[in-house]
Design a protein around this ligand. Structure first.
Ligand code: FPP
Length: 244
């Protein structure tokens, strides 16, 4: 499958990816799990490049879930170090390609060094307009939804919002992802077919694509295949084919 075969009028505006299978990739090679994460971090670049070429405006990557804090300390520490080194390494590429880095999740729980590096890169790239590259870090969708309930109800309590005004737009505006449209295409690698507490509200009408490829092996051709598969589907948003 080559890029040129894709329909340029049906490019997803928002692709979200559950980058799964780093540990299994490492095990298969007889390596430590952390080597899989290093390789996984490298695989991100090709995906972002292809999305740039195609004009995908938003990519959201599940890099670290709230549940991932329960992994062995060595693995958590390595992932955090990898985050810092990747941010340092990729800043110039983000600038050259007009990509704005964003992050969603309980960022306050990240080590101070990671928080600092992250906010620096976010600030330096904030005016880049070609694409939002969002890292979900210390992220959990239920926690996000709880934060929405809290902020909406405090507005109701203060009297700045009437209960009857609460609709999907109000909820969307209170989500961590308020600056983006909902997800069009959700990809999960490694053969698992689960959502794992990722963007539960935002994937309401997303097309789901599962592939057996392990994340460190995910390349341009796999992404193009996923987008091709997405373009072949009929998105009805609850309507009939005839109504579209
Ligand atoms: C899932 O593989 C992957 C993760 C939990 C982390 C994803 C991280 C990267 C791709 C590296 C980049 C990281 C940052 C922080 C920018 P797994 O470990 O669950 O694999 P397994 O299911 O095969 O064990």
């Amino acid at each position: 499958m080559v890029l040129e075969l894709l329909d340029p009028t049906k490019i997803p505006k928002h692709i979200a990816i559950i980058m799964d299978g780093n540990g299994r990739w490492a095990k298969k090679q007889g390596l430590m799990r952390v080597r899989g994460h290093e390789k996984g971090a490298k695989a991100i670049r090709q995906t972002v490049e292809v999305c740039g070429e195609l004009g995908v405006e938003n990519i959201t990557l599940y890099a670290f879930s709230t549940e991932n804090w329960n992994r062995p300390k060595l693995e958590v520490d390595t992932l955090m170090k990898l985050l810092v080194s990747s941010l340092k390494k990729e800043l110039s590429t983000l600038q050259e390609n007009n990509v704005s880095l964003k992050a969603i999740g309980r960022l306050d729980l990240l080590p101070e060094k990671a928080q600092k590096e992250l906010s620096e890169v976010i600030e330096l790239t904030k005016d880049n307009g070609k694409m939002n590259l969002t890292l979900a870090l210390s992220y959990g969708s239920r926690e996000e939804l709880i934060s929405v309930v809290k902020s909406v109800s405090s507005q109701v309590k203060e009297g700045t919002l009437d209960i009857d005004q609460i609709d999907t737009d109000v909820i969307s505006k209170h989500l961590y992802t308020s600056y983006m449209p909902d997800v069009d295409l959700l990809i999960r690698t490694s053969g698992e077919q689960r959502i794992s507490n990722f963007l539960l509200w935002q994937i309401a009408y997303a097309e789901l694509y599962f592939t057996k490829v392990l994340w460190p092996d995910f390349r341009k051709e796999h992404l193009v295949e996923a987008i091709h598969n997405y373009q072949d589907r009929e998105r009805r948003f609850g309507k009939t084919s005839e109504q579209l």
